[in-house]
Design a protein around this ligand. Structure first.
Ligand SMILES: Nc1ncnc2c1ncn2[C@@H]1O[C@H](COP(=O)(O)OP(=O)(O)O)[C@@H](O)[C@H]1O
Ligand SMILES: [Mg+2]
Length: 265
C-alpha cells in the first residue's frame, strides 16, 4: 500500500467515527431496531454479529441512509459523524454524505462495463474527465486492492469476465475510488470461496489504517480473525459491545455467552 494518495481529488471529512444515539427504526408497524446506542471508533474494524434477522443489515444500511429505499421505514434518533447528523441529512448534504460512507455490496456486482470504467465511473459522476487523471486513479486503486497485476493487460475488457473473488475486489476498488472515510460491508465475503474470502478480509485489515470499517460478518470466525471492536445484536437490540478482546474473551451478558457457544446458529 502506498503512503499517500497521489490521486486525491476530494476533501476529506474531519471525524471521530460514528456515534449512534437512541436509534429506533420501524418498518411499517414493526419495531426493527430498538433504542440502539453504539460507538464506531475511527480507523478500526467494527464487526456487527448476531443471529439472522436481528437487525445487522438494517443498522449498517442506516449509516449511509440506503435504508431510505425501504418502503415504510421510519427512523428516529441520531447518528453523528463529523459535523453531520446522518439521520437528519437531506438533499445535497445526503449526496455528500454518501460519498464519505461507501457500501461494499454483499455479492460482487460489477457494472456492465469494462474493468477500467467500473473504477472510473464514480469519479466521472463527480466531475473528473481528465484522461490522465482517470488513468492514474484506476491504476492506483487496482494496485491498492492487489488486482493490478492480474488485470493490467485487459483493463478494457468486461468486468463480468473476472472471477467472483476478483469481482468483489473490483467492487471494493470502485467504492474506494470516490475516497470515502467509512467503509460499510454487509457479508461481503459470503459468496466467495475461502481463498478469495481471506484476500478480501486481509484487504480490510490493510485498509483500516486509512478507513473506518464496519462489517456485518456471516461467520463468528471471521469476526474473531479481524474485529477490533464487536457489536452483538439480538432481536433488534444491541446486547453487548466492546473490544473484540472484551466481547469474545470476557462477555458480560448471558445471551452473548450463549451466542458465542453456538446456541443460535
Ligand atoms: N423491507 C422490510 N420490510 C419488513 N421487514 C423487514 C424489511 N427488511 C428487514 N425486515 C425485518 O427486519 C428484521 C431485521 O432484518 P435485517 O436487518 O436484515 O437482519 P440481519 O441482517 O441481522 O439478518 C428482520 O426481522 C427482517 O424480517
Ligand atoms: Mg443481513
Amino acid at each position: 500500500m502506498k503512503d499517500f494518495n497521489p490521486t486525491q481529488k476530494f476533501d476529506k471529512i474531519e471525524h471521530n467515527g460514528l456515534e449512534v444515539r437512541n436509534l429506533n427504526i420501524h418498518i411499517g408497524d414493526v419495531h426493527i431496531l430498538k433504542d440502539v446506542n453504539v460507538t464506531i471508533p475511527k480507523n478500526k474494524i467494527t464487526c456487527i454479529i448476531g443471529p439472522s434477522g436481528c437487525g445487522k443489515s438494517t443498522l449498517l444500511r442506516t449509516f449511509n441512509r440506503i435504508i431510505d429505499t425501504t418502503e415504510g421505514v421510519k427512523i428516529d434518533g441520531d447518528v453523528l459523524f463529523g459535523n453531520y447528523n446522518i439521520v437528519k441529512s437531506h438533499g445535497s448534504k445526503l449526496i455528500e454524505l454518501r460519498r464519505h460512507i461507501g457500501l461494499v455490496p454483499q455479492r460482487p456486482c460489477p457494472l456492465p462495463m469494462s474493468i477500467f470504467d467500473n473504477i472510473a465511473y464514480g469519479c466521472r459522476i463527480h466531475g473528473i474527465r481528465n484522461k490522465e487523471k482517470l488513468n492514474a486513479i484506476v491504476e492506483h486503486y487496482l494496485r491498492n486492492i492487489g488486482l493490478w497485476d492480474e488485470v493490467k493487460e485487459r483493463l478494457h475488457t468486461p468486468a463480468s469476465r473476472l472471477s467472483g473473488g476478483q469481482q468483489q475486489r473490483l467492487c471494493l476498488a470502485r467504492s474506494l475510488a470516490v475516497e470515502p472515510s467509512v467503509l460499510l460491508a454487509d457479508e461481503s465475503t459470503s459468496a466467495l470461496d475461502p481463498i478469495s474470502s481471506k484476500k478480501v478480509e486481509q484487504l480490510f485489515v490493510d485498509l483500516k489504517r486509512d478507513y473506518t470499517i464496519v462489517i456485518v460478518t456471516h461467520t463468528l470466525q471471521q469476526a474473531q480473525r479481524i474485529a477490533d471492536n464487536v457489536i452483538f445484536m439480538y432481536l433488534g437490540e444491541v446486547i453487548e459491545q466492546g473490544t473484540a478482546q472484551e466481547v469474545f474473551n470476557n462477555p458480560q451478558k448471558e445471551l452473548t455467552k450463549r451466542y458465542l457457544n453456538g446456541a443460535f446458529s
